[in-house]
Structures are given as structure tokens and as C-alpha cells.
Design a protein around this ligand. Structure first.
Ligand code: CTP
Length: 407
């Protein structure tokens, strides 16, 4: 359970949308207030069909904010001030409809408008029928919101008010309290504030001609997760990404490139930096003399592609000099003798740390969600258990923070 002491004195703006779980939000208000949280509530029109404004008002001991167009509310408390004067926005219950409106950036009622106007962290507690939750539209909306930095608690599995079983039940009030404490704990833990980081991620595409290219199977998942994890610890992150199917991670500046040479130029443009993490699967070679005319079959022999070596971004950033980042981290994707090859690679590239992983067929690392890595530093090797790529990223970001804080 999260430490609730952090909650005292915090201000939460609670958006109650129209779902049967709204009754639990009344309990949530009580649990938060018991812990010293000031709660202000916005009730949607549909929300007011499930809980009465009077109950919400009595529990928050404040006005209940309902109408975008109410002259009194707007003059006494504009929607901008409503979000400005909160430390966190919590949407509970978050209905499929409100999630869709949030994802679309709509501002058609007070709830959607405060959520669009805010720069504060947002936590949603979805609650809906299992099929609505599992619908591709809801899943896509939720994924988009999460990629923008919206946090989520639940939904839980269970029997729902509509007598169906599955995920869709809103998290219990105390689980939401825990999640809120977790958000505040994460917000106050920013050991990399003031540090600049460059992260490379994804594959590169090397043109053969204007319509064809050489590429590789990198998904970019690990590099993107590292960029997000460094940003979550307060670093100012520039993510230089090759073509991937991933959304831009929250809180990072993203430069999209295609070729290794473009990746190098983007990294150099992002200097100076304190940290560089090269997680991209950069193509080692490009086609020499790839032209701007499409290669044609002319009935003769297939074209012979002459390859030439690409610049090594990791080695370039690791080169001693004034602009060298204080900590340069490379990756080593190996298919055997992982530690020996990766240790040699650390020396050859001149970087400080190498994150080595086994990408042999069957490990599922390429494109998969888990990773098994070894962190190789000057003073030895740490082997980490298999864990999701997000968790690898968080642990690596914490190690980077420890390097700078000396803890
Ligand atoms: N890398 C880079 N630029 C390149 C090639 C690789 O920045 N042109 C970086 C990768 O991002 C990774 C590390 O170097 O951090 C290791 O890359 P890898 O391709 O595994 O190593 P290679 O240099 O290709 O060595 P080998 O082919 O012997 O495995």
C-alpha cells in the first residue's frame, strides 16, 4: 500500500461522470478528506443522474461544479482556475463516453473542458460494461490517453451491475486513494530534474531507391520506454526515433528520422546533454549511391547493391571531448556469448555502460514486451531478471539517477 502521508494538504479535482459506479465516488471523497485532501468536484449531466449534487456538495463541503455556461460559476471560478487550483485531476468513474471525448480533445461540457485545459496530472478510473471496455474504440482511446501521460487505475474484474462478468468494474475507493498517493509520490521523485537526455530508439530505414529500403525488426518499445522513464524522473528528454508504430511518449521532445545519418545529425543537434542512451537498432550499412530514380527490372541480372558503412552514433557520442555527455549508455543485442561480446563492445564503442540482451530466436525480445538484460559497467555486471520492457526502463532510469545523485 502506498504511503498516504503524502496526501495531506493536496488538492484533487474529482470529475464524476455518468456511471453506476458514481456512488463509490462519494466514498472516495470521504476517504480522501479523511487524509487531509481538499476535494472539489465536477459532476457531469449524466453523473447527476446517478448521485445527487447535494450529496457531493455535502461531502466536499464546496460548491459542485456542473455547468460550463453558468455565469456564477464562470465568474466565481472559471474552468481554467478550477484545474489550476488542483494538484491532480481524478476522473471516477471514467465512462467510455468521457474517455472518448478526452481522447478526441473535445470541450463540450465543463468536465471535458477542465480536462482539456489542464496541465496537471490526470488519473482515470474507468468503469463500464465489459464489452464497452473491450471495444476496440475504447481500447484505442485509452491507449492514446496513456501515451499522452494520463494514468489509469483499474478497471477490475468482477460481476457488474448489468450482471455480466469481466473487466469493467471501477477500482475500489481505497485502491483509487492508493493510486492517487502513488501519483503524488512519483511527481515528487524527480532526481533528474535539470538534466538533459538524448535517447535513440527504433530501427533506421536505409533507402535502396525512392520506394525501397533496408530495415530491421526493432519495434522501438525499449527505447521509447527509456525515454518516458527518464522524463518521469524529471529529465528533459529528446527522443530521436526511427520509424515505429508507437505513439510519441509523454513528456519527451521527439525528432522523427529515417536513416542513420539523420539520426546522428538529430543527436548532434540535441547536444549538449548529460545523458545519452542509444537503444536504436541502427542499420550498420546503407546502400552506396542510392539514387532518386526507382530501380527497374530490365530483364538482365538483378542489381548488385554496394553497401557502405553508416556512422556509429554510439561511438560518435562516446568520443572524448567537451560535448561528450557525462553518461553514455549503449545496447548490445547478441545471439550468444552475450556477456563476452557485450563487454568487448563497451570497450570498442567507448561508452560508459552497456545494456546487453539476448535476442536469439525464441527469446521474443524483438517486438515482444519482455526483456532479459545485463547491465555492464566499468566495475562489473548486474544481471536483471526477465521483466517487462517498461520495468527495465524504470530500473535503468533509476540507475542513471543514482549515477548523478551519487546514491
Ligand atoms: N549503434 C549506433 N550506431 C550504429 C550502430 C550501432 O549508435 N551505426 C549503437 C546501437 O544503438 C547500440 C550499440 O551501438 O547501442 C550496439 O549496436 P550493435 O548493432 O549491437 O553492435 P554493432 O556495432 O553492430 O556490433 P556487432 O555487429 O559486432 O554486433
Amino acid at each position: 500500500m502506498a504511503d498516504h502521508a503524502i496526501l495531506a494538504g493536496k488538492r484533487v479535482l474529482l470529475v464524476i461522470a455518468g456511471g453506476i459506479a458514481a456512488y463509490k465516488s462519494l466514498e472516495l471523497i470521504r476517504r480522501l478528506r479523511e487524509r487531509g485532501v481538499t476535494v472539489r468536484a465536477v459532476l457531469t449531466e449524466a453523473g447527476a443522474r446517478f448521485v445527487t449534487p447535494l450529496s457531493v456538495q455535502a461531502l466536499t463541503e464546496d460548491t459542485v461544479y456542473r455547468d460550463l455556461w453558468s455565469l456564477t460559476d464562470e465568474s466565481e471560478m472559471g474552468h481554467i482556475r478550477l484545474s489550476r487550483e488542483a494538484d491532480l485531476l481524478v476522473v471516477a468513474p471514467a465512462t467510455a463516453n468521457l474517455l472518448a471525448r478526452m481522447a478526441a480533445g473535445m470541450a463540450d461540457d465543463l468536465a471535458a473542458t477542465v480536462l482539456l485545459a489542464t496541465d496537471k496530472p490526470v488519473l482515470v478510473a474507468p468503469a463500464m460494461n465489459v464489452r464497452m471496455w473491450q471495444h476496440a474504440a475504447t481500447q484505442a482511446n485509452m491507449a492514446l490517453l496513456e501515451s499522452r501521460g494520463v494514468r489509469r487505475i483499474g478497471p477490475n474484474d468482477g460481476v457488474m451491475a448489468c450482471n455480466e462478468y469481466g473487466p469493467g468494474r471501477m477500482a475500489e475507493p481505497m485502491e483509487i486513494v492508493d493510486a492517487i498517493a502513488g501519483v503524488f509520490a512519483a511527481e515528487s521523485h524527480r532526481p533528474l530534474a535539470g538534466r538533459r537526455a538524448i535517447v535513440t530508439s527504433g530501427p533506421t530505414h536505409e533507402p535502396i531507391d525512392p520506394v525501397r529500403y533496408i530495415a530491421n525488426r526493432s519495434s522501438g518499445k525499449q527505447g521509447h520506454a527509456i525515454a518516458a522513464a527518464l522524463a518521469a524522473l524529471g529529465a528533459e528528454v529528446t527522443l530521436v526515433s526511427g520509424p515505429t508504430r508507437l505513439p510519441d511518449p509523454a513528456g519527451c521532445r521527439v525528432t522523427h528520422i529515417e536513416t542513420a545519418r539523420e539520426m546522428l545529425a538529430a543527436c548532434e543537434a540535441a547536444l549538449p546533454a548529460d545523458i545519452a542512451v542509444c537503444a536504436a537498432a541502427v542499420a550498420d550499412w546503407r546502400v552506396d549511391g542510392a539514387g532518386d530514380r526507382k530501380l527497374k527490372k530490365d530483364g538482365g541480372a538483378p542489381p548488385a547493391l554496394a553497401l557502405t558503412e553508416n556512422p556509429d552514433i554510439l561511438a560518435t557520442l562516446s568520443r572524448p571531448g567537451e560535448r561528450r555527455p557525462a553518461l553514455v549508455v549503449g545496447f548490445a543485442a547478441e545471439t550468444g556469448d552475450v556477456l563476452a561480446y557485450a563487454t568487448a563492445k563497451r570497450a570498442r564503442k567507448g561508452c560508459d555502460w552497456i545494456v546487453a540482451n539476448d535476442v536469439s530466436p525464441g527469446t521474443g525480445t524483438f517486438g515482444g514486451s519482455d526483456n532479459t538484460v545485463h547491465l555492464i559497467r566499468a566495475d562489473g555486471v548486474e544481471s536483471w531478471p526477465t521483466m517487462p520492457k517498461d520495468a527495465v526502463a524504470t530500473r535503468l532510469a533509476e540507475a542513471v539517477a543514482e549515477y548523478f545523485t551519487g546514491k
